[in-house]
Design a protein around this ligand. Sequence first.
Ligand code: NAD
Length: 328
Amino acid sequence: MERILESKKVLVTGGAGFIGSNICEKLLAQDNEVVCLDNFATGKRVNIEPFLSNKKFKLIEGDIRNLNDCMEAAKGAEIVLHQAALGSVPRSIGDPITSNEVNVSGFLNMLVAARDNGVKRFVYAASSSTYGDSTNLPKVEDVIGKPLSPYAITKYVNELYADVFAKLYDMQIIGLRYFNVFGRRQDPDGAYAAVIPKFVKSLIRHESPVINGDGTYSRDFTYIDNVIQANEKAATVDNIEAVNTVYNVAFGERTTLNELINSLQEYLSDFDSEIANVEIKYGPERAGDIPHSLASIAKASELLNYNPKYNIQSGLKEAIGWYWENLK
Ligand code: NAD
């Protein structure tokens, strides 16, 4: 992989999570000093275990809802890559208060901590859920609809705070609206698991995966390495025109859930041929789900020089060995 962000002091919040731990791993391989702030709400120790012996890695077990924890973590950081949040639309529908406390108050704490510690660049995980009920395809950054869940509100509020902090306090901030990220270390378990690891785990166990709806809903599934690249580019871009805005981070193609399942069955059959015969079940649609999601990545390509290397098929092929080893 291309080395983009090197020899810097970087704070990764949510660094024990799926995306955060993958970012930490890449940054450590490129001689960065990495501080990880995480409270293990959804992150896992096993995700960061290999880094603990690395002198350039420091774990701060703390909570972004606590300003002191954020201040301690941001001390000396040149760059913040803020990933910590409670993900999942259904989780936020079940418990909107906690999602708001973590995703909004925690975000505000991190902005204040970055401001007060003179952080040079603050890059944060925004979300495609901000497109809400807009039916425009592909999604372009300037055209959003009304939020469809508490989670979507929290992620949109992040963008509003980011914009105001950039203007009021002369900070450099970039939001990355991730679209359905997948890859190694994504948690397959629990009620709020993402669809790819959940389906993979069911298929490996010969249990029928349940698709919400008729399987024609589509998503712009984005492989983790594309997301890492976008973070590195956002952290290092010099062009001031590219800063203090938001970008779609996706591949720019959409895949239906039926197509996704077909590909998973095909690739997993190389390990166990019975998987091709597992029956697929269909259940009711889920509240807060939008039918189709597809990003325009033109803005990120132009201003960040973002150039995603993996489409869904090559991403799944990269990840499939990890899934087999870790989810069986
Ligand atoms: P994840 O749950 O694996 O990671 C989130 C991390 O944040 C976990 O390690 C968790 O323990 C930590 N965390 C949660 N609450 C915290 C708190 N109060 N204090 C400190 N740490 C806390 O999820 P992920 O998929 O890696 O998501 C990372 C970010 O990307 C999140 O902000 C999420 O909203 C955003 N995002 C993810 C996707 C996706 O498809 N995975 C899509 C859009 C946006």
